[in-house]
Write a protein that binds this ligand. Structure first.
Ligand code: ATP
Length: 288
């Protein structure tokens, strides 16, 4: 069985507080996009194996796709071991929840393969034990994610638009970024309430204007400079707004017109390897 894993972007990312348990309470508006991995899931002869087109991805029980299959079996008592082959297009460690998206795709596929008939919400609940972005990746679309990202409220869909995604080549460590954030000293935050209103009104420029990610301010200066350079290139090409997604380093811009988006993608493509043109999508529930 084939399954599709959809990347996500953060239209906003805010950190509200550090919790007693060491984690942070987040508030994020998330969006699924048409940049996807393709997975093939087949019943295994013996122990389930993971293969992928990227040699550096884990091929043991730490692969989130494998973890999801195990979590599904534990929760439902259904389905045997599976072989999972992943063709990745979603850049890894890029702030686009690629691993969580693969896990969500496996959960949807296992639901079909075993005819378990679980609701998307029940699948999302199983996904919580795999990773905090997995419940969102199961449900997809436009949503407000709170807590560690597992408390989800569906939102009106992002109006049709074109999205240029560009990943610079430097790595970003998520734990290091969190350790640099002092929640009392965050000077600039996204206007999340304004974002919800703009979504309600289907106001694409209002949405783009309100996009913001507090992690941008705690990047090391040279990384911040490169992120800003990509943002400026997107804005110069006509993007209505451009920010970094998740813990980065990927930057994206929202465009109303396809030709401008295509031109921006072409220009950035001369400098960067990972440049994609995508559109917002909602995940067709019931399809793996
Ligand atoms: P997030 O946006 O949720 O923080 P990310 O996009 O920054 O995630 P991922 O691409 O999900 O990061 O990868 C994070 C880590 O998970 C990497 O170290 C990677 O090796 C590991 N990983 C495990 N399984 C997968 C998978 N199926 N696809 C990608 N990465 C995986």
């Amino acid at each position: 069985m084939n399954a599709t894993a959809y990347a996500k972007l953060n239209l906003t990312l805010d950190i509200l507080r550090r919790r007693e348990d060491g984690y942070h309470d987040l508030q994020m508006v998330m969006q699924t996009i048409s940049l996807t991995d393709t997975l093939t899931i087949t019943p295994a002869q013996g122990e389930g194996k993971i293969t992928s087109n990227l040699s550096f991805l884990p091929t043991d029980g730490t692969n989130l796709a494998q973890k999801a299959a195990a979590a599904f079996r534990r929760a439902t008592g259904l389905g045997g071991e599976v072989d999972i082959s992943i063709h990745k297009h979603i850049p890894v460690c890029a702030g686009m929840a690629g691993g969580s998206a693969d896990a969500a795709a496996v959960l949807r596929a296992m639901n079909q393969l075993t005819a378990a008939g679980l609701s998307p919400l029940a699948l999302a609940q199983i996904g919580q034990s795999v990773g905090s972005d997995v419940p969102y990746c199961v449900l997809g679309g436009t949503a407000l994610a709170e807590g560690r990202g597992e408390r989800l409220t569906p939102l009106p869909a992002l109006p049709p638009c074109h999205i240029v995604v560009c990943k610079p080549s430097f790595p970003v460590s998520t734990p290091q970024l969190f350790s640099r954030v002092d929640v009392r000293k965050i000077l600039r935050r996204p206007d999340t309430q304004g974002m919800l209103e703009a979504l309600e009104q289907g106001d694409l420029s209002g949405i783009a204007r309100r996009m913001y990610n507090v992690f941008e301010d705690v990047l090391e200066p040279w990384k911040r400079a490169e992120v800003h350079a990509i943002q400026n290139a997107l804005l110069d090409a006509g993007a209505l707004g451009a920010i970094m997604t998740g813990s980065g380093p990927t930057v994206f811009g929202l465009f109303e017109a396809l030709p401008q988006a295509q031109q921006a993608a072409r220009r950035l493509g001369e400098q960067y390897q990972d440049v994609f043109l995508a559109q917002p999508v909602s995940i067709p529930q019931g399809k793996p």
